[in-house]
Design a binder for this molecule. Structure first.
Ligand code: SF4
Length: 511
């Protein structure tokens, strides 16, 4: 692959980019900044000459200032183009989320979206018409310049120098130009990191991945509650631990609260997939709240086991992580008869009234190998200890851990789609790392640091049970913007588990 060429239409833009690269000590041989000239005709001429001089795909970046079309952009913000169009030619830039994330981590305010290339300065009043095409920013060169990439990886970075409220008067009087050029300078080193991440890759997809039956059911419950009762529907805690799922449901009218005290009397409230303690149910009943329970049936099974062991006079050791909602809910079933065990060391602190009556249960999303060492320690200290009838670690957790182990063995890097508060996603990261492969948790492609990808030819992708499948698609698409990607599904199990809906939502209202 040829070194990165950064096209800067104006001299001041080229100079800002060079200064930014120099400040980051990036050698000229790694990144070539070229002044390509103002306007679409000069851009097209440069691209034609470049393609003639250096045929074949190359990696290309366009860096310069641009005009905002979207009202939420301010002078100095940076737009990374998801696609560029001049009305006749449209060029996709799939790696935009990767670069956008990198620029955000560099301290810039960044928005990703379509950029329109026009052939003259737009006048006041023309912004709305262009914005109606979906474009969030406008420039005069990107579309013709990207022709020189000849299908190779390409990105466009435009620092906002003018907005509909502060329009540009002429190219020489760039209002907000200094602020925009400062942003451009700050953005330049990320272009070099983007170039270092470019390359063809194999992507191994862990399967099963993403939503489990309990998560699908919980999301459907909120959607149906919104449909049946109308917005707002309150949800105690995050319905599942995923930022995208929560944001989507919030847009649909769900209001997430931490405690029932935040829910108005008489309102509809959904209990999350992680379950609640009897105390929370009692409070809801006292307050006359209309509740729908989205507790996963496999979590409810652990609650039932806790009640059974406690009523039979056992001390119940719950193996799990302190503070997790599922653990709090299960402990709440029999607080006086239960003890949380987070590690082998905690087993020594168990003080049963009768050492022959010790039982253990588990959080459903634990790593199997981590839990088994604690079970061994319990069995060593209390040989008569008894466990659940069937495994508490659920099928979805087990399958996803097996799948991530399978891809980790073949990958240089593993990316796990999931949110930071998702226990089962965090366990996938740990499982991959225990298999000897560097692994990172990402909520989406913007969380992927370009430095992780440099020199990496095989990327494994797994997804926690609460991560939407679309996120995996977005990550694969973004990697595809860095070079050719070949995907392979690594299937360790197939899943067909389905759970029924709570009775309150089984009967849909007649239309
Ligand atoms: S991860 Fe397991 S316990 Fe949790 S919601 Fe999914 S199926 Fe239920």
């Amino acid at each position: 692959m040829k070194p990165l060429t950064v096209c800067a239409p104006l001299r001041v833009e080229a100079s800002a980019l060079r200064r930014g690269l120099r400040a980051a000590r990036i050698p000229d041989a790694e990144v070539r900044v070229v002044r390509t000239g103002y306007g679409p005709a000069r851009a097209a001429a440069w691209a034609a000459q470049e393609t003639k001089d250096s045929p074949g795909p190359g990696m290309l970046a366009v860096g310069g200032v641009g005009g905002a079309l979207s009202a939420d952009l301010s002078i100095g913000d940076v737009v990374v183009a998801s696609r560029v169009s001049d009305g006749s030619v449209t060029i996709e830039c799939p790696s935009a989320p990767l670069l956008a994330g990198e620029l955000r981590r560099a301290g810039l305010r960044v928005k990703t979206g379509p950029v329109a290339t026009v052939d003259r300065l737009i006048r006041q009043g023309e912004h709305a018409k262009l914005a109606a095409t979906g474009a969030i920013a406008v420039d005069m060169e990107s579309a013709p310049l990207l022709a020189a990439a000849a299908g190779g990886p390409a990105v466009v970075v435009r620092a906002i120098s003018d907005t509909p409220d502060h329009p540009i008067v002429s190219p020489r009087t760039v209002s907000g130009g200094i602020t925009a050029l400062r942003s451009l300078r700050q953005a330049a080193p990320a272009l070099a990191r983007w170039a270092a991440a470019v390359g063809p890759r194999q992507v191994l997809l862990a399967s099963p991945r993403s939503f489990c039956a309990g998560v699908e059911r919980a999301i459907e419950i909120v959607e149906l509650a919104l449909e049946q009762y109308g917005a707002p529907v309150y949800v105690r805690k995050q319905i599942v631990h995923n930022a995208t799922v929560v944001a989507d449901l919030e847009r649909a009218g769900a209001i997430f609260v931490d405690e029932l005290s935040e829910v108005p009397d008489g309102a509809n409230v959904v209990f999350s997939a992680h379950g609640v303690s009897p105390e929370v149910r009692a409070e809801a009943a006292r307050r006359n709240l209309a509740t729908v329970d989205a507790t996963c049936p496999l979590v409810a099974k652990v609650h039932a086991e806790a009640r059974r062991f406690a009523s039979d006079g056992y001390l119940v050791a719950l193996i799990g992580h302190a503070g997790h909602e599922e653990v709090e809910g299960t402990l709440g079933e029999a607080p006086a008869a239960m003890a949380l065990v987070e590690s082998v060391a905690d087993v020594g602190a168990l003080r049963p009234a009768d050492s022959g009556k010790v039982a253990y249960l588990m959080q459903t999303t634990l790593a199997a190998d981590e839990a088994s060492s604690i079970v061994d320690a319990i069995a060593d200290r209390f040989p008569a200890a008894t466990g659940p009838g069937s495994d508490d670690i659920c099928y979805a957790t087990t399958n996803r851990q097996r799948a991530v182990r399978a891809i980790a063995a073949e990958s240089d890097l593993v990316l796990v789609a999931g949110s930071a508060n998702s226990s089962n996603s965090l366990r996938l990261v740990e499982t991959a790392e225990r298999a000897g492969t560097k692994a990172y948790l990402v909520d989406g492609p913007e969380d992927i640091q370009l430095g992780w990808l440099a020199g990496v030819s095989t990327v494994g992708i797994a997804a926690g049970a609460s991560a939407p499948p679309a996120i995996v698609g977005q990550i694969v698409a973004a990697l595809g913007g860095l070079g050719e990607v070949q995907t392979k599904d690594v299937v360790v199990a197939t899943e067909s588990v389905q759970f029924g809906l709570p009775k309150e939502l089984r009967q849909r209202p007649a239309n």
